[in-house]
Write a protein that binds this ligand. Structure first.
Ligand code: 4AD
Ligand code: MG
Length: 479
């Protein structure tokens, strides 16, 4: 059996002085032909391997270079050096894979995040990305644990779909028809999708919500957690063309229940990472503090990463209506001094600068905004009694902006049909969706949490490209 090794994280925790162990990993550094810092990705803490004089011949010593992979059998001893309690005195070292130090792109020095994005296939081997992706993993695991404990059913909604859930029209087309102009045409010159693979026009999903609602109408409570796709041409630090979204959908639930669940959920995820990823979070806090030293004073955060997370855990999210948000913005000095790039008036879609002002300058904590104008929100949101706002809720987070979008859904058939007609959404094609309102409709609600934005919030990474393994953004699809 090859894999009789102990993982470095476990070894450092058990401090098994006196035992013989097998470890495997990649060389981070090799000092004085004597001290190897070995890392296997289980933790950022390297294991120090001590190579005594005479154990290896010169040729083998030369092959122990940064990036090379090793199998080490050795004896665990208490360490005399600073920074670690134990080390492994090597008895046998096998080089599993060489790494040409001259050509290996990751040198034992600080690389910029931009450079590391270009070598995203290797960046997992750095401390920053080791920490980020272990936290990402933990959060994904915690999501399932949270909903499982509450009895939600995990529903796998389709990735290829014929519907445009958000009505936003920012979709990637899925087709097997030729794109060189020879695709079969209708009489009016448009493409005849009856000849296409699915016999209709299809695209990658922008959201699993509509199918999620169908599930909620049977299981009461479901959630989805999967990739979603948006062909929006937004080259920002918080937009991806392919991102992961968590979408719970609950029957017998109104907008307030929905807000309560979303707040509890976000806090649960933060708490989970604090309990299970403390070391990685502390590393990331340090990294962020150093990154912020490069910024002018007024651009730096008031708190460190850990303090920010603790504050969010210990304080209720602020809850305001859209109308209140507009009033706050209009009364702000920021507005009076004309510092907003986009105009503020009732009816506008809040721009990122407005959202950030509300959470970062005014409330200094996460804010849930409800009651948006119907005209700027999706067709499925429940109309409020005023006839002009809908039961929508967005959660805005410091440093991120919108992290959650959700709503109570319009459960009244006539009102929903009317809204769809007004918004030119074909009701015949969506008959399956309307069936939920025809047969045993109930008040229900749900939301979508952008997973990468959540990972950004917890890790303090400022660019969304640094919290997903291989980012897909406009003009970029490497790896
Ligand atoms: O606000 P959105 O568009 O809401 C929906 O899709 C609803 N169907 C959700 C629901 O009610 N079930 O997207 C939800 C969240 C946003 O708040 C944001 O966090 C994230 O998804 N998001 C993106 N994340 C990264 N890149 C993008 N291009 C994103 N677009 C939305
Ligand atoms: Mg939204």
């Amino acid at each position: 059996m090859f894999n009789k090794r102990i993982k470095i994280k476990e070894l450092l925790q058990t401090e098994a002085v006196g035992q013989d162990v097998t470890v495997m990993g990649w060389v981070r550094t090799f000092r004085n032909n004597q001290f190897i810092a070995l890392n296997d990705g289980s933790t950022n803490n390297n294991l120090q391997i001590v190579v005594e004089l005479g154990l290896l011949d010169d040729d083998t010593l030369k092959r122990i270079s940064t990036g090379a992979s090793l199998k080490v059998i050795g004896h665990v001893v208490a360490s005399l050096g600073k920074g670690q309690k134990i080390e492994v005195k090597a008895k046998q070292i096998e080089i599993l894979g060489d790494s040409d130090a001259e050509k290996y792109p990751l040198q034992p020095k600080k690389h910029s995040l931009e450079f590391l994005r270009e070598i995203a296939h290797l960046r997992f081997r750095t401390n920053t990305f080791g920490a980020v992706f272990r936290v990402r993993h933990s959060l994904a695991f915690a999501i399932h644990q949270f909903f499982n404990q509450k009895g939600f059913v995990y529903l796998h909604t389709p990735i290829i779909t014929a519907s445009d859930a958000e009505g936003a029209g920012e979709m990637f087309k899925v087709t097997t028809l030729p794109i060189d102009g020879t695709a079969p045409k209708n009489e009016d010159g448009s493409i005849n999708y009856k000849e296409d693979f699915f016999g209709k026009s299809t695209n990658l999903t922008v959201s699993g919500q509509l199918e999620g609602e169908l599930g909620a109408m049977a299981f009461s409570e479901i959630y989805t957690f999967g990739p979603t796709f948006r062909a929006e041409n937004s080259n920002t630090a918080r937009h991806l063309a392919e991102f992961w979204m968590i979408e719970p959908e609950m029957a017998f639930c109104d907008i307030e229940d929905n807000m309560n669940l979303a707040e509890e959920f976000i806090k649960y995820l933060i708490q989970y990472a604090m309990d299970n990823n403390r070391e990685d979070l502390e590393f990331l806090a340090q990294r962020l503090a150093e990154e912020e030293k490069q910024l002018p004073q007024d651009k730096r955060s008031e708190w460190g990463l850990i303090e920010k997370l603790e504050f969010v855990l210990n304080n209720a999210f602020e809850r305001i209506t859209y109308t209140q948000a507009i009033t706050i913005l209009l009364e702000s000095n920021h507005y009076k001094k004309k510092k907003f790039q986009y105009d503020v008036q009732w009816g506008i879609d809040l721009q990122s600068e407005h959202e950030r002002y509300l959470v970062e300058k005014h409330f200094k904590k996460p804010v849930i905004v409800t009651g948006y104008p119907a005209a700027i929100k999706a067709f499925y949101m429940r109309m409020n009694d005023d006839g002009k706002t809908v039961a929508a809720m967005d959660i805005l987070a410091p440093g991120i902006g919108e992290i959650v979008g959700g709503s109570q859904r319009e459960e009244r058939l006539e009102k929903l049909e009317q809204r769809m007609k007004d918004m030119h959404i074909p009701t015949e094609e969506m008959s399956w969706y309307l069936d939920t309102r025809r047969f045993g409709t109930v008040p229900h609600a749900g939301f979508g949490l952008g997973f990468e934005r959540m990972v950004q919030f917890v890790t303090g990474m400022t660019n969304i490209r640094d919290v997903i393994a291989f980012a897909r953004t406009p003009k970029n699809c490497e790896f």
